[in-house]
Design a protein around this ligand. Sequence first.
Ligand SMILES: Nc1ncnc2c1ncn2[C@@H]1O[C@H](COP(=O)(O)OP(=O)(O)OP(=O)(O)O)[C@@H](O)[C@H]1O
Ligand SMILES: O=C(O)[C@H](O)COP(=O)(O)O
Length: 416
Amino acid sequence: MKNTLKDIDVKGKKVLVRVDYNVPLDANLKITNDKRIAATIPTIQYLLEKNSAIILMAHLGRPKGKIVPGMSLKPVPPRLSEFLGKPVKFVGGDCIDSQSKKAAADLKPGEILLLENLRFHPEEEGKNASGEKDKAAMDVFAKELASMGEVFVQDAFGTVHRAHASTTAIVKYAKDVVAGFLVEKELKFLGEALENPVRPFLAILGGAKVSDKINVIKNLLNKADTIIIGGAMAYTFLKSQEVITGTSLVEDDKLDLAIELIKKSKERKVALLLPIDHIITDKVDFVNKQMPGDAIVKNTADEAIPEGFMGVDIGLKSIEKFSKIIKSAKTIVWNGPLGIFEIDEFSKGTIKIANLVAKSTDNGAISIVGGGDSIAAVKKAGVDKRINHISTGGGASLEFLEDKELPGIAALPDKK
Ligand SMILES: Nc1ncnc2c1ncn2[C@@H]1O[C@H](COP(=O)(O)OP(=O)(O)OP(=O)(O)O)[C@@H](O)[C@H]1O
Ligand SMILES: O=C(O)[C@H](O)COP(=O)(O)O
């Protein structure tokens, strides 16, 4: 357990809060998904109630230590301001230049300031101006950031898998260090699911590649009762069992690994379930994310995919089979869509699974969804409000599911 906001006195203090405002922007620099902004409101609201002066620190994109105007955090303050119903200051420029320091020094209790993209400084990612690794430079930068406030709150769950100036180094220089409410909530849901799950514990894993999720599968083989594997990942597993997979996306260099994982699941008595039928097509337009008008689409009779066809979604029999397991699960962790859900015709399996997870949640199961595409899928299904916890971390929640140490969490002091 980490020290959290309620463990310290923040009344009237100048509080630095690391948030994850790495939000998607369209070509006109308009925010297309504000979930990460919304997720920081409880911490900010609490600090406002305590009359703190709030200095928010964040990154956007990967500007690689250079000022990239298209990666400015400028679009964020107006949206944050709408959520809070009060102004949010933004001076832009450089997060530690004299203007930013002055704005931070002048900030009054009850006011909010967002600093410009931390990653415009190479030191944020532990490098110097020449782009070389430089821990000393990172420390100097972290110290400068820390000096702007009296308390440091880590609430950027999406970034805690990075050992950066504003996630690890800053902790050495800040006077008081605590986790914010978002980090607390993420750790509670993900932590309890993995350490102390109400059983049966079901993990649903999908997405494009087995290679992205090997360590998640390995770790969940020690924890879950059942693992459903869908999405393109399933075809590598099926091919490893000598099932014909046609032109489906298969990672041939991961076939041995798939065999090993299936063997492990048997040893550990974890039910590792693969689709028993599929939606297949002879053509997909991956560039425009659409189904060509003349494409043939059908549901296979069984797990085999004929030559010339590609698996693009789980089939009806698989949905029926998985539905029973989802209904009886008491903890459900879901990461990765079960088909090419961006194309409507191939999204039915994922949407149906999203509805089943929501229904199971209505009936008392604990549900946790992580991963950008899976979150988009529960939204597309219109059931996002019925899921217990939607993680704001992409890479961070995957690394949590892998049981990897998250440096930004390890750096926070434990509760006494
Ligand atoms: N059968 C399939 N064939 C090809 N691609 C597929 C298939 N099933 C799923 N995908 C693709 O997998 C991608 C999502 O995989 P990914 O592992 O990135 O999911 P995620 O973990 O939820 O998202 P993120 O990586 O954004 O956090 C989607 O673009 C989807 O179209
Ligand atoms: O979007 C994310 O996963 C986080 O903001 C971290 O961003 P990064 O992968 O560029 O470090």
